[in-house]
Design a protein around this ligand. Structure first.
Ligand code: COA
Length: 330
């Protein structure tokens, strides 16, 4: 039986570190408020000359090196982002050209914070069916150029950061790799966390009225997001474990999307797990949307938190609402 395993990981965050104190010079907020409500102390913001794929390239280079592969070995690119370089074409195409991949397929997916796990699921299907041997899955986000840095946008803008993570998924006949993936959505909650403009409903699509009304900023009902996240995370983690007949105490690490430290702690409590079973680096990077899980995975590996044979769960929740999990035997 062919399975997909993660043969290499990498991540990159831009150099510029932005502290809570720096944000407090732009809007009415404080280090105390941000730390208490989210756990975030710092995030990284891209430089003016950097775009989304500029963050992705170093992450991809590391992942290829860790997998002992070159660009010529990759059969397919899956690029998860909600903040692409351009509206069209997708960032995967720009990355294909920049890094000199062959004329392989490049698929952008927009599943926001769940985008990386959705991408792993797609790659897993191609590898299991024998279509591809090596698939690159990237989560990369450049949120900082679209954050409303005023009092009006403070509930959203203090949360997000920029960064990129990448993995190579490769085929194996060994008893390891992605055991299963579980994907969900519930679009009736779309407007609790959404970016309304630019929209196909307006003519022309990009217009001053939308900008004047602030419809181009990400809008969030934080309480609704919180309320659903703490239910869906445990639910989908349990779903993944039950599908494989694995008990929670057999799991060495859960890597949740880094939405908010309070959400992760509440998820741990509801699962009946120690809070350190859930990996956390949101303190340093903020919420990097589709990039947060591959960044956390790469860091957890560097910190030797994952060993061969370990069971690891990736779990995501975000705009849509969408939520997803992948159970991996390392
Ligand atoms: N600094 C200071 N005060 C702020 C603030 C900020 N950055 N943002 C909001 N506030 C204020 C509000 O205006 C409100 O003031 P009021 O009581 O005078 O009206 C007060 O803080 C409480 O706001 P509320 O929205 O009720 O706070 P909360 O406890 O729900 O925390 C979030 C807000 C956004 C931190 C919280 O809802 C949350 O984390 N939600 C999930 C968000 C998330 O994870 N999103 C990503 C999902 S992928």
């Amino acid at each position: 039986m062919t399975r997909a395993y993660i043969s290499g990981t990498g991540f990159y965050v831009p150099e510029r570190v932005v502290t809570n104190a720096e944000l407090a010079t732009l809007m009415n907020t404080s280090d105390e408020w941000i730390t208490a409500r989210t756990g975030i102390k710092t995030r990284h913001f891209a430089a003016p000359e950097e775009g989304t794929i500029d963050l992705a390239v170093p992450a991809v280079e590391q992942a290829l090196e860790a997998a002992a592969l070159t660009v010529g070995d990759i059969d397919f690119i899956i690029f998860a982002t909600s903040s692409p370089d351009h509206y069209a074409p997708g960032s995967g195409c720009f990355l294909q050209d920049r890094m000199g991949f062959g004329e392989i397929g490049a698929l952008d997916i927009r599943v926001q914070c769940s985008g990386f796990v959705y991408g792993v699921s797609i790659a897993d299907q191609y590898i299991r069916t024998g279509s591809f041997r090596n698939v690159l899955v990237i989560g990369a986000e450049l949120q900082s150029t679209n954050l409303n840095m005023t009092d009006e946008g403070r509930d959203v803008s203090v949360i997000f950061g920029d960064g990129a993570g990448a993995v190579v998924l490769s085929a194996t006949e060994e008893d390891r790799g992605i055991l299963s993936t579980h994907l969900h959505s519930e679009g009736k909650h779309a407007k609790h966390l959404w970016l309304e403009a630019a929209s196909s409903y307006t003519q022309p699509r990009f217009n001053k009225e939308d900008i004047d009304a602030g419809r181009h900023w990400l809008q969030m009902d934080g309480r609704e997001v919180f309320r659903h996240a703490v239910v869906r995370f445990p639910e989908v983690i349990r779903e993944a474990l039950e599908a494989n007949d694995i008990a929670l105490d057999q799991v060495q690490l859960i890597i949740p999307h880094q939405a908010n430290l309070r959400i992760s702690n509440e998820v741990a409590r509801r699962l009946g797990a120690p809070s350190d079973l859930l990996y956390s680096n949101i303190q340093r990077y903020g919420n990097t949307t589709a990039a947060s899980i591959p960044i956390a995975l790469a860091e957890a590996l560097r910190e030797d938190k994952i060993a061969p044979g370990d069971y690891v769960v990736l779990a995501a929740f975000g705009s849509g609402f969408t939520w997803a999990a992948a159970l991996i035997k390392w």
